[in-house]
Design a protein around this ligand. Structure first.
Ligand SMILES: *Cc1c(COP(=O)(O)O)cnc(C)c1O
Length: 427
């Protein structure tokens, strides 16, 4: 990290600091990703309230669904969240640095000979089979480590977890006390479908087995599971996606606030004649004299190529000067063409920012165009954007080289002016 000491360096992480830095840095990035930590906190509070008296944890795996592990963990911890779930030990390490006092569970199971990592980070494995449990026990006995672990029981997902029979077999051990198990959990298959009969089946199975783990807190619900009602909430709930603005109740309006705002810079505007094609493969034909804006984001930034627009198939839309405008042609690696014919002249110029996410374009809407779910939209957010964190009382971005204040609001960068005239000679 020697480069970080150079004051002229754009922050390496892409994290913007002072406003002065921002304007300079923005020119170096094609897009700006703003994560609204206050919205994440508001979403967490809403879930907490919905699940009360259950404890509301936060799932921050996959870099907090693309929003930044450290920033999200810190903001939520300050807001009162005490328990976090990640997928891997490496993610736990990042989370631990951000929230020294929180409880951290690693969902990915216990892998042999990783006990030292758990002890060092002070995090807890979510144990999903009997081999893992045996190895964990050996480690704990050998070292005297008593940092806790969760037992994951499978109730229908058939992914991770002890079978019900296996879980039954370890009940005597739980009853014997001093077992080191701090949570018993299972995971729902179809929680976002209110009327799926699988929900009730899993609930019944989990309720039965969890009740035998006397004195051990139980957890079943993910984001959508929280909205299935109190019986699903047990002692602790594990929301992920809903914290980041994905709709946990797809059959109804989204109760969550939007978290991510994504803007891209117009690299140039150009006019094409009627009948000309745009982009790779010439799959989109101008039906009228058309004005295009070429923006500096592409599929390498997580804006899926599936959202391309071809003759006969409409792709995604982008907001330019407050107006929804369609993608024109195929999305390329680093660039997208937008049809801005209907935007007033001069409202969209080189250097202006357009909105890919935000101003009414939701993660779920993009997911629809991408042919996927909001989860994948978020976890695919590229690493080429300048990143701005808004709210959350974030005083110091963690990966930032200079001791400047974090941005308090999303930047509205000044448009980069077209050079009007050569500079006048001094005199
Ligand atoms: C990812 C995950 C969650 C969070 O799920 P969301 O649908 O994002 O709320 C909860 N529990 C487990 C076991 C998970 O793997």
């Amino acid at each position: 990290m020697t480069k970080a000491s150079d004051p002229n360096m754009i922050p390496q992480s892409g994290l913007l600091s002072t406003e002065a830095n921002q304007a300079a840095a923005l020119a170096a990035y094609g897009g700006v990703l703003t994560v609204d930590l206050d919205a994440i906190i508001a979403n967490w509070r809403k879930l907490e309230k919905t699940a009360v008296p259950a404890e509301c944890s936060a799932v921050i795996k996959a870099d907090a669904y693309g929003c930044g592990t450290a920033q999200v963990a810190q903001a939520l911890n300050k807001a009162g969240c005490k328990t976090f779930f990640v997928a891997t030990i490496e993610e736990a390490r990042t989370a631990r640095a951000a929230v020294p006092d929180a409880v951290i569970y690693v969902l990915g199971g216990y892998f042999q000979n990783t006990g030292e990592h758990y002890a060092k980070i002070n995090c807890r494995p979510v144990i999903g089979d009997l081999n893992e449990l045996a190895e964990w026990d050996v480690f704990c006995r050998r070292t005297g480590w008593s940092g806790g672990a969760a037992i994951h029981i499978d109730t229908g997902m058939n992914r991770l977890g002890l079978t019900l029979a296996e879980a039954q077999a370890i009940i005597p051990r739980i009853n014997a006390g001093d077992h080191g198990i701090t949570l018993v959990m299972s995971h729902l298959v179809s929680a976002e479908q209110l009327n799926s009969p699988v929900n009730a089946k899993q609930l019944a199975a989990f309720r039965g087995i969890a009740s035998e783990f006397s004195g051990v807190p139980a957890a079943l619900a993910n984001s959508s599971g929280i909205f299935l009602g109190a019986p699903f909430q047990f002692d602790l709930v594990r929301p992920g996606a809903a914290l980041y603005g994905v709709n946990p109740t797809p059959e109804a309006d989204n109760p969550m606030q939007q978290v991510v705002d994504l803007k891209a810079r117009i690299v140039q505007t150009r006019n094409v004649e009627r009948g000309e094609t745009v982009g790779y493969g010439g799959t989109w034909t101008a039906r009228r004299p058309t004005k295009l804006a070429i923006i500096a984001v592409g599929y390498a930034d997580g804006y899926f190529r599936a959202a391309s627009s071809n003759d006969g198939t409409r792709g995604a839309e982008v907001i330019v000067a407050g107006k929804r405008c369609p993608v024109a042609g195929r999305i390329s690696m680093d660039l997208i063409a937008i049809d801005i014919t209907d935007v007033p002249p001069n409202a969209a110029r080189r250097g202006h920012m357009v909105t890919l996410l935000g101003e009414g374009i939701t993660v779920d809407e993009l997911a629809h165009h991408f042919g996927t779910i909001g989860y994948e939209v978020l976890t695919s957010l590229g690493h080429r954007y300048a990143r701005v964190y808004k709210g959350g009382n974030v005083v110091e971005p963690l990966t930032k080289p200079e001791p400047a204040q974090a941005a308090e609001h999303s930047p509205s960068p000044p448009p980069i002016e077209q050079p009007a005239a050569p500079p006048s000679p001094p005199g």
